[in-house]
Design a protein around this ligand. Sequence first.
Ligand code: NOJ
Length: 516
Amino acid sequence: MPQWLKDAVFYEIYPQTFCDSNGDGIGDIRGIISKLDYVRSLGCNAIWLNPVFDSPFMDAGYDVRDYRLVAERYGTNDDLVALFNAAHERKIKVLLDLVPGHTSDQNKWFLESKKPEKNEFSSRYIWTDSVWEAPPQYKFVCGVTNRDGNYLVNFFSSQPALNYGFAEITHPAWQLPPSHTDCQATVEAMKDVMRFWLSKGADGFRVDMADSLVKNEDGDKPETCKIWRNIRKMLDEEYPDAAIISEWCNPKTAVGAGFHSDFYLDHDTNGYRLLFRDKDRKTGECTAIFSKNGKGDIAAFLEEYLSDLKSTKGKGYISFITCNHDTPRMTKMFTTLEAKIAYSFVFLMPGVPFLYYGDEIGMRFIDGLQSKEGGFSRTGTRTPMQWDSSANLGFSTAAPDKLYLPVDSSDDAPTVESQESDEDSMLNTIRRVIKLRHENEDLQSDGDFEVVYAERGKYPFIFKRGKFLIAVNPTDKERTAPFDFDGIPVFTIGKACIEGKKIIMLPQSLGVIKIQ
Ligand code: NOJ
């Protein structure tokens, strides 16, 4: 286990829209380098960089054309190495985004694979043995190549699935078992991609759709897990300090498969959804636990979370996120104050937390934008970072119509500059809570988590992490709970008072109390 994960706080950077250093309207690696001191000022000591590789950008770079080449629009391979070095000088780690499940249909492996003549890459992807064969349970692209067969896609139609085999073989004519040498060759090719960047200074990978490798596999996906354990073994032997963090959203399985941490994502009815994004299906009313409506149920979240926490304890982590590039920013449903409480909670939980760029200033989800590079409903979450009051809010010097996406045009669009000097701003609140985390091991990734007060459908929620008690009342009503500790508040939003053996929490408050 890389020791640095114990106190890691990540910042996710969407390279397209973070900082444009050359005025072409799109963010780039030199721009990111120029903002590393800012990242450090937040207390973030690690970065997850969304894909920066050569790509036709049908899915914002999750359609990789060349795994070993930085896309021209972001710079060069040397720029990426310069980013690793500049980050390391500031004690910041950098995780790249590894997309192992699929490539672009313009990747040279695929260009070979689609040829009718048999070659080294013929079964690097999943092909049926005839163009007339397309079993309905799979997502095939049919009749678009000269090869007599259809190919399986993993996500969008431009993303053919790499071949790691089938756990259960229902069509022996074209499905291979994961143990087949051609499927093993895919695993080895992916390991080589990882070695390529690790040897240049990358500190590991966030792994896209990590559960999607072996097909015809449900539940705990033992064959996919076997592949990851094999990859983890390589890392342990060759790059023991490198971290892999999965997009799986099943921490028990993912950590068991060798991932150091697994993301807790916004999935239908899971605990993360209950916390921050739940809605009444009929009325559309926000019923998330952190909404001021007070209609959430903390007990339902804990049922799921405590079991995941228990089964990963000592082996790996669960990663809470403020948001990511696929999810509506919390400010779409929440007011700034609701979001401030919710984001602070993210940094007070065990595991390795992730801050999505711009959330630290309460950037908004921008409605009504035309889709960009396969963003669709996700586009409003990917708009340019808002630095200051200069042109394009400091993101780029390009003409506004040349920007990758428009900047937030509202008069009160939050910026880093406007929040710097305000002690109570979202920016400074996030900095304070991250600082508190770094200063106290109890609040870091490995620190204990113990529920103190969590009644079904009730508030506040009180939990303990070592010598800290954390009490949260996101609702717009005063709430009281039995309380029997003596302590001093070390971080607060709103106000909580202790009276006798009761804690009285004013509306929309959060307190971290150091127990005496
Ligand atoms: C998950 C990524 O986060 C998302 O942005 C992408 O579209 C899909 N995987 C496909 O790679």
